[in-house]
Design a protein around this ligand. Structure first.
Ligand code: ADP
Ligand code: MG
Length: 701
């Protein structure tokens, strides 16, 4: 093999890899020798010694040998061949649900077998289902046992373990003859936390993980705690940081219109019209945003703030900066319900200042739509509010200066960039402000949002009441209903949220309809409204407006009210089937109450028995109302993929590292990555090429 970096050597250069096999490998993401080497075993099998039958326990996976004492077809629920063997210490059943006549002849009493498999409780005592086996010949010495642990790889259809093991043998030879360059900066490895990894070169780590010695600690490997695994994870995470930083550098090199107009007069006017003062956190974040907006490069800033921290107002003030500079601003929300609310809030705040605020919904048709589009294209509209319909191709802005994206946690880096590019005018990109109420634990944010600047509104407006949370089994529903009655008759308002598995909006809406009927019967003295995702936007908006105005007292809703809904007088929330929701969603929902100055309550109704995770979630909700604490807990319970939402996981696509398990490795990576990019960009490129290969689309953004 020639001296090329392993990521440039296609697997087709290995012996025995033709077109068909190459395609199967590609399904596993394996294109180069480098990919193959990074395709680590899922687990290891110990086939280095023969275990006695008497030593087997349920769940033992072992090599055993014994003499066949019986072999018969049994006609249980499923026809099977049962072969029993013994070795002087015990008996073991071998059960085959698929077997041929030839196999049956081969497995006759008196023959000796060597088998491998997992023992489980069967009809005749311990049994192995479909063991691997070979018949031992009396005239020959038994075949040698394995000398090393046997790796078990993730495979795909048409690709057997043995095949991929052979390929890895070849790849490991290539690794030995031309070990890859060590690219992790020594300064990083010298950091106290990583010193134990210094002894592991990339080559040694790969060699070890594909062929651990017999004495290797399998539990440690299974949990991903082995230094060889950490050495690789560290390099991968470091490279991910580099990629994100580079992405960020690239976007800083793009041009944007500096928004340098004088907005002070407008700002003061807006602030003076409010019945409250900005919190100091809001003021600080606003200063950070305004500093970015005056730059000739596009802002890419994430504002994190717990539910109720007042992000909308911060966004409105940022928009004023754009408008005062003669540019338009757009604000995008994930649902029509929320977009509508934003529109109402912003119009109420900004129209009195003489600002043209307009609204565009996906379902808007005909004259109404044309009118909105025309006003926008002519520059009459200064601030446009809507859903992602804003970014359809026929939506043309006259001079878009700032895009605000609310509750963006479900979108990933690429969507973010695609949106930004839509707003491009000539050479210039709009500034982008992203707001999320899902606080992401710091370690994870470093990884998922490394391309963004982050501001945190870490303070709630004064006077907010903590929400008292309790969890009750559904057998206590009558008490909950009585409590709703009392609260509503005392002039407060309540939400009753019906949840179902997210996949089925239809079922969720049906459940809400049923609950609505039931509650109307149980609480005839109350005015009860219903809102769900399958209603027409105008209808939803009307129901919300009525509820806000106090015309209904109890609002039965699906999780459509999860984000942004703001009715300060609502101080009681019931969440049905709370065990079905994740922590982030529960926290979002609960954030709908506790917005006014009265004490608020959230009751989580669950259907017992609770799973371990379900119990932990409800407990976390009872114990904390701090979004960051909840997010950290969520990370512990669920792991990062789900926490960031499925669409986000693509961005943190990692081969080796696991953000939950290896989060501690992220500590201190960023400064070191910044330094490497400055001092040795070539080495950084090599690292990126090694880990990203041709997937290096980041660099082209
Ligand atoms: P979120 O950060 O969850 O989007 P909102 O922007 O919806 O929060 O704000 C929640 C409520 O708090 C709104 O009614 C808003 O008008 C109000 N609010 C915003 N800033 C302040 C403040 N500094 N003091 C008091 N209330 C505020
Ligand atoms: Mg909001």
């Amino acid at each position: 093999m020639t001296a090329r970096p392993l990521q440039e050597v296609p697997v087709t250069e290995l012996k025995g890899v033709g077109q068909a096999l190459a395609e199967r490998l590609a399904k596993l993401g394996i294109v180069s020798l480098q990919d193959l080497l990074l395709h680590l075993p899922l687990r290891y099998e110990d086939r280095t010694q023969v275990s006695s039958l008497g030593s087997l326990r349920v769940g033992s996976t072992a090599v055993v040998e014994g003499e066949i004492v019986s072999s018969e077809v049994s006609q249980g629920r499923r026809r099977s061949l049962l072969v029993r063997i013994r070795d002087g210490t015990g008996l073991l059943g071998l059960r085959f649900f698929h077997f041929s006549a030839a196999m049956k002849r081969q497995l006759e009493p008196g023959k000796r077998l060597r088998c491998y498999g997992e023992a489980r409780p069967g009809a005749t005592g311990l049994e192995i289902y479909h063991p691997e086996f070979r018949v031992l010949r009396d005239d020959l010495p038994p075949p040698p046992l394995e000398q090393q642990l046997t790796p078990v790889y993730p495979v795909t259809e048409g690709l057997q373990q043995n095949r991929i093991r052979q390929l890895l043998e070849q790849a490991l030879q290539a690794l030995q003859t031309q070990p890859p360059e060590e690219l992790l900066p020594t300064s990083l490895l010298q950091a106290a936390a990583f010193q134990h990894l210094m002894n592991w070169s990339l080559t040694e780590a790969l060699q070890y993980l594909h062929h651990p010695p017999v004495e290797a600690d399998l539990a440690e490997l299974a949990e991903g705690r082995h230094p060889a695994q950490r050495r690789l994870a560290l390099e991968e995470l470091f490279t991910q940081q580099l990629g994100m930083l580079l992405l960020r550098q690239k976007s800083r090199e793009r041009a944007a219109h500096p928004l340098i107009g004088q907005a002070t007069a407008l700002e003061n006017q807006l602030i003076q019209s409010l019945p409250f003062q900005l919190t100091s956190a809001q003021e600080r974040v606003l200063r950070e945003i305004n500093a970015d907006l005056t730059q000739p490069h596009p802002m890419l800033r994430l504002v994190q703030g717990d539910v109720g921290s007042g992000k909308t107002l911060v966004a409105a003030l940022a928009c004023l900066k754009a408008l005062a500079s003669g540019y338009q601003a757009a604000m995008m929300a994930p649902t029509e319900l929320l977009a509508e609310q934003h529109y109402q809030n912003l119009a109420a705040w900004l129209q009195p200042l003489g600002i043209q605020v307009d609204w565009l919904a996906g379902k808007m048709k005909g004259k109404q739509r044309e009118g909105a589009l025309q006003r926008l294209a002519e520059g009459e509209t200064q601030l446009l509010v809507g859903t992602h319909a804003l970014f359809q191709s026929e939506v043309v802005f006259a001079r878009l200066g700032l895009v605000v994206i609310d509750e963006q946690h479900r979108f990933g880096v690429h969507q973010r960039l695609a949106l930004r590019d839509k707003g491009q005018a000539g050479e210039c990109l709009p500034h982008q402000l992203i707001m999320t109420a899902t606080p992401i634990p710091r370690t994870l944010a470093m990884s998922a949002y490394a391309d963004l600047d982050v501001s945190v509104i870490d303070e709630l407006p004064p006077g907010r009441q903590p929400v008292t949370t309790l969890a009750l089994p559904d057998s206590r529903r009558p008490e909950v209903i009585a409590r709703v009655r009392k609260a509503c008759l005392e002039g407060r308002q309540a939400y009753w949220v019906c949840t179902l598995i997210e996949e089925s909006e239809v079922l969720e809406c049906q459940a809400a309809e049923v609950t609505w009927q039931e509650l109307q019967e149980a609480l005839p003295e109350l005015k009860i409204a219903l809102v769900h995702g399958r209603m027409k936007p105008a209808e939803k908006a009307q129901i919300m407006a009525d509820f806000k105005a106090g015309l209904s007292q109890l609002l039965v809703a699906t999780t459509v009210i999860e984000v942004g809904v703001d009715v300060p007088n609502a101080s009681l929330m019931i969440i049905d089937n709370a065990e079905r929701l994740g922590l982030a969603q529960l926290h979002q929902l609960r954030g709908r109450v506790g917005r006014g100055s009265t004490a608020s309550y959230c009751t989580l109704i669950y259907h017992p028995p609770l799973s371990q995770q379900g119990r932990e979630r409800l407990q976390a909700m009872r114990e904390s109302s701090d979004g960051f604490v909840i997010a950290q807990k969520d990370l512990e319970i669920r792991g990062p993929g789900e926490l960031l939402g499925t669409r986000q996981t693509g961005e943190v696509e990692l081969r080796i590292a696991n953000l939950k398990r290896d989060a501690f490795l992220l500590e201190g990576l960023k400064p070191c990555a910044v330094q490497l990019l400055q001092q040795n960009p070539l080495q950084a490129r090599h690292l990126l090429a090694r880990w990203r290969g041709d997937k290096l689309r980041f660099a082209q953004v």
